[in-house]
Design a protein. Structure first.
Ligand SMILES: [Zn+2]
Length: 234
């Protein structure tokens, strides 16, 4: 796929749920993971901002720096200085004021960001289950369905999932008899995957979570090689 768009990276940095393809891409693309780190740095700064940092109350050191420059310029007002010296001083003062304005702008931006970051997420646990080993895979995991701000999400973790060896793992939700299976998304070894479930997904009809080993054969159906499976319970 092409690179992740800025929205996806920003949401990832905020710890929000994004398309699993973006998650997979960012793990493999040095460029996108570098940009994600930049977003994470901004988010961590944003999270340190407190109401005291509101634009009306910028950090004391900013105003100390500004007033020092202003005071210095005032003090030298009556002095006879060369035009160049006066110009450079004025310019320097201008830079500090510009920097101060930038900092204030940054803080104002951060306050907006913070209010987004700190927006309480309404997380409601819906169901969960353990994923037991199937066949000789010898691994197990867990699955959780939760409602985050009204949207159903399936979270799947299989901690010791081995390398897929030229294939890939796919997460499914299935009827109790596993005759009807719905592909949910891919699962990379070593990561916890979070999927947004289709709005109409009925857990009572599809209570089984299954992870299969698939090959890149273009066949969208279940490979019949499951590695773990479990049933979600409310
Ligand atoms: Zn990329």
């Amino acid at each position: 796929m092409s690179h992740c768009d800025e929205d996806a990276l920003a949401l990832l940095a905020l710890g929000e749920v994004v398309d699993s393809r973006d998650v997979a891409h960012v793990q493999e693309c040095a460029e996108c993971s570098a940009r994600l780190e930049e977003y994470r740095a901004v988010v961590s700064v944003g999270r340190t901002v407190t109401p005291d940092d509101l634009p009306s109350a910028p950090p004391a050191e900013v105003w100390t720096a500004v007033s020092a420059v202003v005071a210095r310029d005032r003090a030298s007002h009556g002095d006879v200085v060369s035009l160049d010296a006066a110009r450079s001083r004025r310019r320097r003062g201008g830079y500090v004021l510009a920097a101060a304005a930038a900092v204030v702008g940054l803080i104002a931006g951060s306050v907006v960001t913070t209010s987004v970051i700190n927006r309480p997420e309404a997380v409601q646990m819906v169901a969960s289950g353990t994923l037991d080993p199937i066949g000789d895979a010898g691994v197990s995991g867990s699955a959780v369905v939760q409602k985050v701000n009204g949207t159903s999400q399936l979270k799947v973790t299989v901690p010791d999932l081995p390398n897929a060896d030229g294939g890939y793992y796919e997460v499914w939700m299935a009827t109790a008899d596993t005759k009807n299976m719905v592909a949910i998304g891919n699962l990379n070894p070593g990561s916890t995957a979070v999927y947004t479930l289709p709005e109409g997904m009925d857990l009572a009809s599809f209570p089984v979570v299954d992870v299969s080993l698939e090959t890149y054969d273009g066949n969208t159906g279940h490979s019949a090689t499951s590695v773990v499976r479990g049933t979600l319970k409310a």
